[in-house]
Design a protein around this ligand. Structure first.
Ligand code: AN0
Ligand code: CP
Length: 316
């Protein structure tokens, strides 16, 4: 059963990027592939881009699409084996997912971490319950530890804008008032390194990510040093992974991305996955400046989703 859960599900990145270029040029060339087939998008957490871009990608492939926001619109689900369901959950995830699999040829699921217990989050129980019980291919729409559709779009965007074969890409932590998952930075690092790009990760002390994602990157606590010579700046907040899992350890405003910081770079393009808090994570002048590529980056979410869905449809 093919799934799309991480970069491991794309062993041929150069071919994936070639398909992305083809999809971009002729988006409707595969509109027969999804005929009489249905994609189900299950959101346990909010979304704008993932929801709309994946729906649009499905439409381009002639694939029907159904969306369910389980946090608002359906029954609360119990998880785990042998639970006595006398609380507020009306059904078990194994029954709900098996039913969804009857209605769809492909299922996507968004399941954020709780940021309370690291072992539980990194076990990816919800994602694995979908893989185990659906009986159809599963697409991660951002799980507890990864956001592969975002990272795929990020790689497509860097390939589109790079002016040298191996650009210097910098992932930098930036401040945020709420504790956010590590999924976007984990996944971004994993994809950049799999693609063989030169990746530097800058963050305050204590924000080290799991080395299973970052091994091979240059790690630093010096944001200015990281920015020197950078061709791409990718900003993202995340909460702590190692000590005090899921907590905010720093609110240092000096880590916000400003025009002065961008001046240190090699005229770098600026990227962010969005949603972004203006003048907290990044200054307006950077987001609205000539080197910001946040909107084409978001546009590439359709391309990434379409390549993934196209590949799954070709295999089922
Ligand atoms: C989420 C996160 O940081 O994982 C989703 C980003 C695509 N962001 C927020 O919750 C603000
Ligand atoms: N970047 C991203 O996944 O955005 P949404 O949370 O709006 O889907």
């Amino acid at each position: 059963m093919p799934h799309f859960l991480s970069v491991r599900d794309v062993p041929d990145l150069p071919q994936f990027l070639a398909e992305a270029r083809a999809v971009k040029q002729t988006p409707f060339a595969w509109s027969h592939l999804g005929r009489h087939k249905t994609l189900g998008l299950i959101f346990m957490n909010p979304s704008l881009r993932t929801r709309l871009s994946t729906q649009r990608a499905a439409q381009n492939l002639g694939l029907n699409c159904m969306v369910l926001n389980t946090d608002k619109d359906s029954w609360k689900m119990a998880t785990g084996e042998g639970v006595v369901m006398n609380g507020d959950a009306a059904e078990h995830i194994k029954d709900a997912v098996a039913v969804m699999g009857q209605y769809c040829e492909i299922l996507g699921v968004r399941s954020f971490p709780m940021l309370v217990n690291r072992e539980e989050d990194y076990a990816e129980n919800t994602l694995h319950d979908f893989v185990r019980y659906a009986g159809v291919p599963i697409v991660s729409l951002e799980s507890a530890t990864r956001h592969p559709l975002q990272s795929a779009a990020d790689l497509i965007t860097i390939e589109q804008y790079k002016t040298k074969p191996r650009p210097k890409v910098v992932l930098t932590w930036a401040p945020h008032p709420r504790a956010l998952p590590q999924a976007v930075p984990n996944s971004f690092a994993e994809w950049m390194l799999a693609a063989g790009l030169d990746l530097t990760i800058a963050h305050p002390e204590g924000y080290e990510l799991d080395t299973q994602f970052t091994a091979g990157a240059t790690l630093t606590h010096d944001q200015d040093a990281a920015f020197r010579g950078a061709d791409f700046i990718y900003a993202k907040n995340w909460s702590s992974y190692h000590d005090e899992y899921g907590h905010i350890l720093s609110r240092d405003k000096n880590w916000m991305i400003t025009p002065a910081k961008m001046q240190l770079t090699n005229n770098a393009k600026f990227m962010h996955c969005l949603p972004v808090r203006r003048n907290v994570v990044v200054a307006d002048a950077v987001l609205d400046g000539p080197n910001s590529i946040i909107i084409p980056q978001a546009a590439n979410r359709v391309v990434a989703a379409q390549v993934v869905l196209k590949r799954l449809l070709e295999q089922i």
